[in-house]
Design a binder for this molecule. Structure first.
Ligand SMILES: NC(=O)c1ccc[n+]([C@@H]2O[C@H](COP(=O)([O-])OP(=O)(O)OC[C@H]3O[C@@H](n4cnc5c(N)ncnc54)[C@H](O)[C@@H]3O)[C@@H](O)[C@H]2O)c1
Length: 272
């Protein structure tokens, strides 16, 4: 349990989307460990357009229990980040309960896999809707509260794939590159109001985001693309906490003059 007022994020009130499992849960726990109170949001149901399951209500409840073990306050809501009104209401309600908002982590995301000629308009719509417009909805729900505080920190989870141009996931790569543009533009637009906006770019992390089609394509017809996904450093993947440590830094006052950064936590996959 974190003592009151102690920790790198002590006193911060932070929204995390996609918080039921994986990286979102890890961000929530790392922030709680360092003294933050949290508003946690997740869709808690699967989407037919995806070839893997999303989180469940039990997953979100487990994240809430784990946060409680750190003695932090936590408000959770089942919300789809594509639903801007529902998201705004959830954030407003959470902020009422916590007494303010100091930051947000737009982490919810989905991944579809297909070669360019098998990629469908429906995949484009779902992935852009969740990963790009959902990130915008998250920022838009948070910004009025950050302005009321006199500033704050928005952290948008992009991907190493956005910078590298990962193949076989064109909607995902494009939407995550869109997140970079959104982040840079908002950083410019809101710097004068002391709102910092940064993106985080992880390489592969073992989570529930495992579309089986990627392994199948790389093992079969597109084995030539395997090197694109291989890290420069000698590790096949990184841990969730490696990414959450970057998020913690960007939410904390340690980064108080850091804005518009593309923070790569990518074991060098983008430098090759
Ligand atoms: N795992 C990786 O290798 C990796 C690498 C780079 C970037 N990322 C990004 O990190 C973020 C977290 O991914 P993860 O690996 O933890 O995946 P994950 O699938 O385990 O977790 C994503 C969470 O977001 C939730 N979610 C999905 N759509 C939602 C919606 N419309 N509204 C609200 N919640 C929704 C899911 O239920 C799930 O709990 C994503 O943005 C992902 O693109 C992941």
């Amino acid at each position: 349990m974190t003592a009151l007022g102690v920790g790198r994020a002590a006193g911060k009130r932070v929204l995390v989307t996609g918080a039921a499992r994986g990286l979102g849960r890890s961000h929530a726990l790392r922030l709680a460990e360092e003294g933050a109170d949290l508003i946690l949001v997740d869709i808690c149901r699967s989407l037919t357009d995806l070839d893997y399951e999303l989180a469940t209500e039990d997953d979100l409840a487990d994240t809430v229990s784990l946060v409680a073990e750190h003695g932090r306050r936590c408000v959770s809501r089942i919300v789809d980040v594509r639903e801007e009104t529902a998201l705004r209401e959830a954030v407003d309600d959470g902020v009422d309960q916590l007494g303010g908002l100091d930051g947000a982590v737009a982490n919810a995301g989905v991944l579809t896999i297909a070669s360019w000629d098998k990629t469908t308009a429906q995949q484009w719509r779902t992935v852009v809707d969740v990963n790009l417009i959902g990130t915008w909805n998250t920022c838009a729900a948070a910004i009025p509260h950050l302005l009321a505080q006199g500033g704050g920190s928005l952290v948008n989870i992009s991907s190493a794939g956005a910078l590298k141009g990962y193949p076989l996931q064109l909607p995902y790569t494009a939407a995550k590159q869109g997140v970079v543009g959104l982040t840079q533009a908002l950083a410019n637009e809101l710097a004068a109001q002391n709102i910092r906006v940064n993106s985080v770019h992880p390489t592969g992390v073992p989570t529930g985001m495992i579309p089986t089609a990627l392994g199948d394509l790389l093992a079969g017809e597109r084995a030539d693309l395997i090197p694109t996904f291989v890290n420069a450093m000698p590790t096949p993947c990184i841990d969730t906490v490696d990414v959450s440590n970057a998020v913690l830094f960007l939410i904390s006052d340690e980064s108080r003059f850091v804005t518009g950064l593309q923070f790569k936590v990518d074991a060098g996959v983008t430098i090759k």
